[in-house]
Every structure is written in C-alpha cells, then in structure tokens.
Design a protein around this ligand. Structure first.
Ligand SMILES: [Fe+2]
Ligand SMILES: [Fe+2]
Length: 296
C-alpha cells in the first residue's frame, strides 16, 4: 500500500482547515431551548432500543436515556481528545516547525481544543453528569498519553475517531434528533474527516516502518483500546437516569441485537482498515471479540 507524500497530504489538509473550520462559540446558539419531543441520538441507536426494558420506559424516559447516552459519548470524546492533543503535541515537538506535516499536527490540536470545549458545553446544556472511564482505563489513558507512538498511537486514535464519525454522521442528518446535537455532530464530522485522513496515512507509514516484534506488541495495545471504546462508549451509569441499575442496563444492552448491530456498524470502516494493515489478530483477538466491534 503506497500512501501519498506526507507533505502533500498535510498541505491539502491545512488548506481545508483554513476554509472549513468552525468556532462552536459562534456557530451554535447555546441559548436556544431544547426541543421537548426530540431524541438525542436516533431512537433506534439507543442501547436499550427494542428490549423489554425499553418497552417499560415512557416516551419521556426514552428521550432522557438518549440524552445521557449522547453525553456519555461526548464524555468519552473529550477524554480521547485530551489524550490525543498530548500525543500530537509531543509529535510536533520532535518535528521541524516549518514543515506542513508538523504544522498540520498543531492545527489538529487546535481543532480538538475547540471540540472538547464544544462537547463540554453540550454536556452542561444537556444537564448530564460528565461520564468518565473507570480507574483502570484512566490509568491506561495516562500511560498512552505519556508513551504512545507509532502504530498503536494512530490506531487507537482512529478507532475512537471513526466510530464517533459513523454515529455523528447519521445523527447530523436525522431530523428526529435535537438540533443542538445535530449541529455539534455536523461540526465534528466535517473537521474530523481531516483527522481521519491524517491518522490513516500516518498509521500505514508507521506500520511499514515497524518491525515484527513491535507490531505484535502494538496489536495487543490496539486491542485493549478497541475493548475500552466498545465497552465504555455507553457508560453503565447512564441507565440510572431512568431508574435502571447499571449492571441490569449493561446486561440488556450487550444482549440487545439492535445495539450489537449499531456497534458493529459504527466500527465497520475502521475494522476493515485495521485488518488491511494486519493490526487485528494474535492474543489481542479475544479482547477485540469482547469489544463488540467485530462482525466476524
Ligand atoms: Fe474531535
Ligand atoms: Fe480528531
């Protein structure tokens, strides 16, 4: 697989950043009231949609659950972006600041800064708690932020970015979804398309440069990142918002064919790409299977 020249891609991405970047402070009407009857993720994407628990919820409770689900996704988004900004800054630090490739890394940090502010404001507006990963994953995140380089760095980034991209692309186009969520999704999708391009190409380069031993280790770390993303996208605590115990909600969601399909669908593109680069396999495969992101 031959990827285009690094600086050509970066130059193109810098140009696109100049013409298609959005300031959520200006673009979004944060004072507009939320619509009383709109969902916060498309109804059928709720993790409990179609289950017995879902049948037991009132229409308002169903909307409440989707409000907490989108807050959970945004919370995980902020967490990933904060790690990513650290990684990109470290990469930038090692590079020549006059090159487009280095400048694009810094431009991406600027995008992620705006995104995390936007997600934070949205969580606040939705009056939801900040759903955070557990202590173990938090430690893993700190370790990744401090040490990740090469294939594992870019693959972990891509998993999070591409799954969010699938979900947000759909939400942005769905008229049953709250206008605020649609707007946040639209801004994120447009800007993330550049990040995905940058990470995909960079990942392919890093894989070509890595040795067999390095790749075997990275496959394991990538699998753990996939597991975390699949398992934590919807925080177990969201079910409390509608009076369901977290363990009960999690069990129902994991057994829910609609939700399983949503997770597989959201991860489809990134899984295909990681497979193409031979990054899924080895001892990490069991974690991938438990992540719920694989279709076979
Ligand atoms: Fe982002
Ligand atoms: Fe991004």
């Amino acid at each position: 697989m031959v990827s285009p020249d690094r600086s050509q891609t970066a130059t193109r991405l810098l140009r696109s950043s100049a013409s298609h970047s959005y300031d959520p402070e200006v673009e979004i009407d944060w004072d507009a009231p939320l619509l009383p009857d709109a969902y916060f993720v498309p109804e059928r994407r709720s993790s409990l949609y179609g289950t017995e628990l879902w049948e037991g919820l009132s229409a308002e409770q169903r909307r409440t659950l989707t409000r907490h689900e989108v807050a959970s996704i945004a919370g995980l988004g902020v967490w990933f972006e904060t790690i990513l900004m650290q990684l990109l800054l470290r990469e930038y630090y090692k590079q020549d600041p006059t090159t487009p490739h280095a400048q694009y890394a810094l431009t991406e940090v600027a995008d992620e800064c705006r995104h995390s502010v936007m997600f934070g404001r949205m969580i606040k507006k939705l009056e939801c708690p900040v759903y955070r990963v557990g202590a173990f994953d938090d430690g893993l995140g700190k370790w990744l932020a401090a040490t990740a380089t090469g294939p594992r760095m870019y693959a972990a980034i891509l998993i999070a970015e591409e799954i969010l991209d699938s979900l947000q692309r759909e939400a942005a186009a769905d008229e049953t979804v709250q206008p605020l969520v649609r707007m946040v999704s639209r801004i994120h999708v447009i800007e993330e398309a550049r990040h995905v391009r940058y990470a995909r190409e960079e990942l392919a380069r890093k894989v070509r440069a890595a040795g067999r031993k390095r790749l075997a280790y990275d496959r394991m770390v990538i699998a753990r990142a996939a597991y975390l993303t699949g398992r934590r996208l919807i925080a177990p605590e969201v079910y409390r918002s509608v009076g369901i115990e977290p363990e009960v909600g999690v069990r129902a969601a994991r057994a829910n064919p609609h939700h399983r399909e949503t997770m597989r669908w959201a991860a489809e593109k990134v899984v295909a790409y990681l497979r193409e680069l031979d990054l899924i396999g080895g001892p990490g495969l069991a974690l991938w299977r438990r992540s719920g992101l694989l279709s076979s």
